[in-house]
Design a binder for this molecule. Sequence first.
Ligand code: SF4
Ligand code: SF4
Length: 348
Amino acid sequence: MRVELQIERFDPVSGETRLQPYELEVREEATLLDCLEQIKDDIDGTLAFRRSCREGTCGSCAVRVDGRTALACRTPVAELAAAGGTPTVAPIGNLPVLRDLVVETAPMWEKFRAVDPFLKPKPGRPADGRETLVPPAAMEVVRKEALCINCGACVSECDAMSVSPEFLGPLALAKAWRFVGDPREGETVRRLEALSGEHGIWECTRCYLCNERCPRGVDPRDAIAKLGAEAILAGHTRDRGARHANWFLTSARTTGWLRESELVVKTLGIVASLKRIPLALRLFRHGKAPLPWPRHKARDLGPARELHRLVGEQDRRGALGIVQGERALDRIEFVRSVAETDSEDVSR
Ligand code: SF4
Ligand code: SF4
């Protein structure tokens, strides 16, 4: 199969970045990594990229293909060819490029280390002096996070990191949940307090790209949602993000709507909101924001309250889904469809 690729080349000496086209003949079942290796072996020995295991385990070969981050070893080149055009291969985002497809990973590891990626066990040992045994079901809540291979695909995609490089980011936060959610962990409160501060969990913009692109199904955004829920439960509600989440919930429960004009005051506080009055007036004038009064209220609050009740019933394991609320919504749909079927049966 004939394949055309263009690869973003970066020369650290000249500081020049350019796209270099390559054409090569590969097997139908070749991966993008096979292509990179063939280019290096047969066409251009100066091409720099990382790889190790070649089977999606080491996480070394993450690159961006037409702007989407993926593991080169798990990307069938036939699929790229079928999509048409000439695929562009570039280094992953949000990390400095060292050369061609090789990035400096030190900033990623710094954040990884910053969340103390080690279990800090509760004091005391089991009476028999051996290790603490945990039922497998209790570890379910951190099962996905334990699958992480530190490939950095989520870091590459993170919207929040691109505007705030200090943000801990999805990789480090998923790792943090791995320990906060562990039933043996003894420093959960301290960890949640640290993660609730500046550049922590509340800096995530909820773009969900990390979930979408993670090659291992870790779903880092879900881990961040779980950290947020636990932090609020533990009383860490001073951050704007926590106040925003709390008010969002209150507004939905009491009116069935998000009351945006009040959201600003509840999130920022009165003094900071006063400074935004000119902006608010401009928004009202252009019909971009509703007036706070009269309060907009849904005619039927039942579904919003039912959703709130169902989410409230979920424990940590209920947080296994993409977002707790989605599972609850599934249940509402299920209850409704059963009710509808029942009423159809009665009318027959
Ligand atoms: S969470 Fe997923 S995308 Fe992020 S480093 Fe781990 S395996 Fe890679
Ligand atoms: S959901 Fe949050 S952590 Fe994930 S990529 Fe978007 S901003 Fe980053």
